[in-house]
Design a binder for this molecule. Structure first.
Ligand SMILES: NC(=O)c1ccc[n+]([C@@H]2O[C@H](COP(=O)([O-])OP(=O)(O)OC[C@H]3O[C@@H](n4cnc5c(N)ncnc54)[C@H](O)[C@@H]3O)[C@@H](O)[C@H]2O)c1
Length: 350
C-alpha cells in the first residue's frame, strides 16, 4: 500500500533531494501533485516526475493526497501546516518547524486538533553511520559519554532576496539553518540538552542573520557538547566533523553531517572490536572503520513517515522532536543576546 504525497514548495530542497531521492524512490509513496510560487520551477518538477501541477496552495490541498511535504522558507511553515492539517492532510514539515517556540506549539496544536500526523525534516538521524554510532553508544562501547562536537559550516555569501539572510523570514542564520541538525544529532546520541550557552556574530558577511554561531551544551546525563555553524568559511575548509567521546573510547567522523549518504567514521574503542557486527576494518592507528551499507536519508525519512501514516503509529521524527529543537534553538539565541547560560525546562514538549 502506498501513501499519496503533495509537495508545497517544490523548487528548492524538494527538487534537489526530497522528491527524487525520497518520494520518488520510496516503496510506500507516490508523488501526486506539486505547488510552488515559482510557476516555472513547479512546471519543470511536474514534468520531471509526472506529478500534477497545481496553480495554488488551495488547489494542492484539494487533491486526494494523504501527506503534504512542506519545503518553503521557515516563515511560511506555521500557516501552511495549519491549513494542510485543516484540510485533513498529514504533514512532513522541513526544519525548523516554525520561526519560534510559539509557532512550533501552534503547529503541534493544529495537527493534534485535526488528528493528523506531523513529522519534522531532521533527516540526519537516518544516516546509516549515525545509526551505527548510536548502536555503539547504546551498547556502552564508548563507556560513559563525556563530550560531543557537531559541526556544519559552508560559504554562504550575500545573495539579494535570500530568505535565510533575513531573520524575519528565517528566524536566524547559521545556527537556525544548520545548528538545529547538529544539536538534534548530539541529543540523539547523548539525550536531551539541559543547558546551553551560545555566542553568535557577523564576522564576514553584512546580512542581518548571523554568519557565526558556537554553542556549548550540557546534556541531562552530564555530558558536554559543542556545536559550531559558520556561513563564512570556504566549503572545502569545513569537514563537518562529528566527535563523540566517552570513558572507553571515541567515534570520530568527517562528512557524515550533511546531505550525502557516506562520510568517514572511525571508532577508537578500549575493548577492541568485539561485538560490532557491521563491516569493519582496522586502520593503521588502531581505529575501526564504521562503514555500514549507506542509506539515503531522504528516502528513509519519507518511508518512515509514510509507514507511520499507513500503520497509524507515531512517526520516528515527530512534531515533538521538532518543537524541542525549536526550544533549544530559542534558548541558544536567548543566551547569545543575554550573555547568560540558559537552562532548559525538562520534558516541556511531552
Ligand atoms: N533537510 C535538509 O536537507 C534541508 C536542506 C535545505 C533546506 N531545508 C529546509 O527546507 C526549507 C526550504 O529550504 P530551501 O533551501 O529549499 O529553500 P529555497 O528557497 O531553495 O526553496 C524554497 C521554495 O519554496 C518556494 N516558495 C516560497 N514561497 C512559497 C509559497 N508561499 N508557496 C509555495 N512555494 C513557495 C520558493 O519558490 C522555492 O522554490 C527550509 O525550511 C529549509 O530549512 C532542509
Amino acid at each position: 500500500m502506498k501513501t499519496r504525497w503533495g509537495v508545497l514548495g517544490s523548487g528548492g530542497i524538494a527538487r534537489r533531494r526530497t522528491i527524487p531521492e525520497g518520494i520518488m524512490a520510496a516503496d510506500n509513496a507516490d508523488l501526486v501533485a506539486v505547488f510552488d510560487v515559482n510557476a516555472e520551477a513547479n512546471a519543470e518538477v511536474a514534468q520531471e516526475t509526472g506529478a500534477a501541477t497545481c496553480a495554488s496552495e488551495e488547489e494542492l490541498l484539494a487533491t486526494d493526497c494523504d501527506i503534504i511535504y512542506i519545503a518553503t522558507p521557515a516563515n511560511l511553515h506555521c500557516g501552511q501546516v495549519a491549513r494542510a492539517a485543516a484540510a485533513g492532510k498529514h504533514v512532513l514539515c522541513e526544519k525548523p518547524l516554525g520561526m519560534t517556540v510559539e509557532e512550533g506549539e501552534q503547529i503541534l496544536a493544529a495537527c493534534r486538533e485535526n488528528r493528523v500526523k506531523l513529522g519534522t525534516g531532521l533527516m540526519m538521524r537516518f544516516h546509516a553511520q549515525h545509526q551505527a554510532a548510536l548502536a555503539l553508544i547504546r551498547d556502552g562501547r564508548i563507556g560513559t559519554p563525556v563530550y560531543g562536537r557537531a559541526q556544519l559550516s559552508c560559504w554562504y555569501p550575500p545573495i539579494p532576496g535570500a530568505w535565510r539572510q533575513d531573520p524575519a523570514l528565517s528566524g536566524g542564520g547559521s545556527l537556525m539553518d544548520m545548528g538545529g541538525h547538529c544539536i538534534d544529532l548530539l541529543e540523539m546520541f547523548f539525550g536531551p540538552a539541559k543547558k546551553v550557552s551560545c555566542m553568535t556574530g557577523n564576522l564576514v558577511h553584512s546580512y542581518p542573520s548571523e554568519d557565526t554561531a558556537v554553542v556549548v551544551l550540557e546534556f541531562e546525563n552530564g555530558a558536554k557538547g559543542c556545536v559550531d555553524n559558520l556561513f563564512n568559511v570556504p566549503d572545502a575548509s569545513s569537514k563537518n566533523r562529528l566527535e563523540l567521546y566517552g570513558s572507553k573510547g571515541s567515534i570520530l567522523a568527517d562528512g557524515t553531517i550533511g546531505q550525502g549518504e557516506i562520510g568517514q567514521m572511525t571508532a577508537f574503542l578500549d575493548a577492541g572490536d568485539k561485538g560490532y557486527a557491521a563491516q569493519q576494518e582496522r586502520s593503521e592507528d588502531g581505529g575501526m572503520a564504521i562503514a555500514p551499507a549507506p542509506v539515503n536519508m531522504y528516502r528513509a525519512e519519507v518511508e518512515a513517515f509514510a509507514q507511520a501514516v499507513l500503520d497509524d503509529t507515531d512517526p520516528p521524527v515527530d512534531g515533538k522532536i521538532g518543537l524541542w529543537s525549536q526550544k533549544v534553538l530559542a534558548a541558544c539565541y536567548e543566551s547569545a543576546s543575554t550573555c547568560q547560560t540558559i537552562c532548559l525546562e525538562r520534558g516541556c514538549c511531552k
